[in-house]
Design a protein. Sequence first.
Length: 346
Amino acid sequence: MRRCFELARLGLGMTRTNPIVGAVVVHNDRIIGEGYHHEFGGPHAEVNAIRSVKDPLLLKQSTLYCSLEPCSHHGKTPPCSMLISQKGIRRVVVSNLDPFPSVNGQGIRQLEESGIEVETGCLEEEGLHLNRRFFHYINYKRPYVILKWAQTADGFIDLEREPGDQEGPRWISEEVCRTLVHKWRSEESAIMVGTNTVLTDNPRLNTRRWTGGNPVRITLDRRGRLTNSAHILDGTQDTIVFTGVQRNYSGKIRTVHADPSYELVDVMEELYDQQIISVFVEGGAQMHNSFLASGLWDEARVFTGKMSFSQGVKAPEINEKPDELFNIGDSKLEVFRNRDSTLHGS
Ligand code: AOF
Ligand code: ZN
């Protein structure tokens, strides 16, 4: 099953809004086939794993391991449960059930009805964590939210700056962390920043330091302060602007009307409707603090660099112990999980 998880991870960022899934065919304790779900709309993991087996006759004496319950519905691809029984596989081991309404236990039922032995719940917690974005989106009807910021050793996120003054971000964490952040961007459906960050940093919010797709860019501009010089309004990348004023942008930009009473919970509802399964929030402090105060966050990744600012914009605070701690060069990376978040295992 751990191999299934490794394979599944190869699809991270490419399968949204689908889950990431890996599958392995085992014959006499040897892996004879493996596969994963590469991209949205493409063949499912089970199909790729079964196709990869050189001698299909062996399938009849093999066990199929799947990180997710095989599907039972005709979606963009035919049901995996049907393929598995047609190929004569006798035993299937699954980590998680699929909460997707058209599957939801029916995949297991169909396998059992065709006489296949099914075991579920194998490394269940790890599987839930692996697909935390998908499970969260389906079960709680809002995107999975990851906050990320970098702070100085003395707890500042930025210097005090005015919009337009020496435009561009102040780097606190080191080069390698920036590359890691681009990798993270490629793993999420969307990336979000507040208006202040657009005005002071003018970020591009793309994945130029990593391979993979660009997330949908999102900003919240309730008071209509953005100007067309912002990179995120260049129309080259899918972008959603929540705006309190009438705007007609060209290119790949959608606007959603958001007056000053519009809150994060409303943003989340809209993003759910727009099939955004996860959001990577890159600041600034005000936006992070709003997410923290509303409880609408699931994970926070916090870099602490070596430098000190002595004064500036205070970094947000999470008064918990981190769940994970890493050293990356001279920077420290702490990962916090929201204990009050609705998802078991997230
Ligand atoms: C599987 N194996 O590898 C994946 C599954 O539109 P479709 O046909 O691609 O179906 C999408 C749904 O199928 C998705 O929402 C989820 O419930 C399930 N994904 N199932 O058996 C896979 N990716
Ligand atoms: Zn399937």
